[in-house]
Every structure is written in C-alpha cells, then in structure tokens.
Design a protein around this ligand. Structure first.
Ligand code: GDP
Ligand code: MG
Length: 175
C-alpha cells in the first residue's frame, strides 16, 4: 500500500546472470515468499511486479527475470533497456558463474546508462561450505564497478528483502 502523500516511483528492474544462479528463486522469494528446490528453468524471460513502501517513497517494481542461457543472450538488451535497476546474480559456490557475472556487468556498463542502480548478488549463501567466490573478491569488483554487493539465500530468505529495500532506497534518491 502506498503511504498517503508519498511519492510513487515506477521502476523497471532486470535480473541478469548465469542459468541456475537463483534469479527466479530470488524473485519468487521476494514477490511470493516461496522457494522450490526444483525450480523450473526460465524460458526467455518472466515478468513480476512488487511494491515496496519506504518513508520517502513507494517503489513499484516491474521485474524482468531473464533466462541466462547463452542462446537467449541476444534478447537481453530488450530487458535491460530502460531499466532503472539491474541485479546481476552469481552463485557463491560456482566460480564460473562469477566470471559470467563480471561479463554481464561489463555489458551493462557499455550500454551507458550512468544512473542505473546496479547490485551484484552472491546467492546460495546457505552453501557457504562449498564457497568458491571470496567476499573480498566480489566486494572489490563491485566497488570498482560502481555497484553494491550483497550475499543472499533464496532458500533461507536471508537478505532478500534487504536487497530490494536497498535498491528501492537508491532509486528513491536517484529518481
Ligand atoms: P535461475 O536459472 O538463475 O533462475 O535459477 P533458479 O531460480 O531456477 O534456481 C536454480 C536452482 O538453484 C534451483 O534448483 C533452485 O532451487 C536452486 N537455488 C536457488 N536459490 C538457491 C539458494 O539460495 N540456495 C540453494 N541451496 N539453492 C538455490
Ligand atoms: Mg530462472
């Protein structure tokens, strides 16, 4: 619910990152509070909406959850074009997914929207015992790239709401 008198911001948000990193699971956790151990791979892209109320504004998210497979790569610009926020997801237990995340960040930077709010997300924090990507490494890359870094678990719901609140706050400042 929008708070009376608060500013309403409509923001397109895109999720990018390798297949299997948990993009759909993050969104389903945020939008529906659900998690599935056998989440079906996304075909093409999926669309969700969610509203977050801050003191300073109400943010209406239009969320595009992309597939991540190489064969859908050429479609990606359609989803990040006009986006106010981008979330690039990797799996902390999978170094290849971090390498791919860096490629996504570079692609986002090339498209040249300087005001894009960007988050790098290391998901599957519940798999800490199998961690392949160090926090320092991910944080350093995020700082260099002008984005913020957060670790989440869609499985346990750790940091999921905080992630979207942080994005909403940054959008309220920027827009
Ligand atoms: P996507 O391809 O990036 O959309 O990834 P999915 O959301 O489809 O998730 C891929 C697989 O990882 C599924 O089997 C999910 O249940 C699982 N998964 C997603 N998030 C987490 C998480 O935080 N922890 C664990 N352990 N598994 C997760
Ligand atoms: Mg998916």
């Amino acid at each position: 619910m929008a708070r009376p008198g608060s500013r309403i911001i409509q923001a397109k948000l895109v999720l990018l990152g390798d297949m299997g990193t948990g993009k759909t699971s993050l969104v389903l956790r945020f939008v529906k509070g659900q998690f599935f151990d056998h989440q079906e791979p996304t075909i093409g892209a999926a669309f969700f909406t969610q509203i977050l109320s801050l003191n300073e504004a109400t943010v209406k998210f239009d969320i595009w959850d992309t597939a991540g497979q190489e064969r859908y790569h050429s479609l990606a610009p359609m989803y990040y074009r006009g986006a106010a926020a981008a979330v690039v997801v990797f799996d902390i237990s999978n170094m290849d997914s971090f390498v791919r995340a860096k490629k996504w960040v570079q692609e986002l930077q090339r498209q040249g929207n300087a005001s894009l709010v960007m988050a790098l997300v290391g998901n599957k924090l519940d798999l800490e015992a199998k961690r392949e990507v160090g926090i320092e490494e991910a944080e350093e890359f995020s700082q260099e790239s002008g984005m913020f870094y957060m670790e989440t678990s869609a499985k346990t719901s750790y940091n999921i709401n905080d992630l979207f609140y942080e994005i909403a706050k940054r959008l309220a400042k920027a827009l």
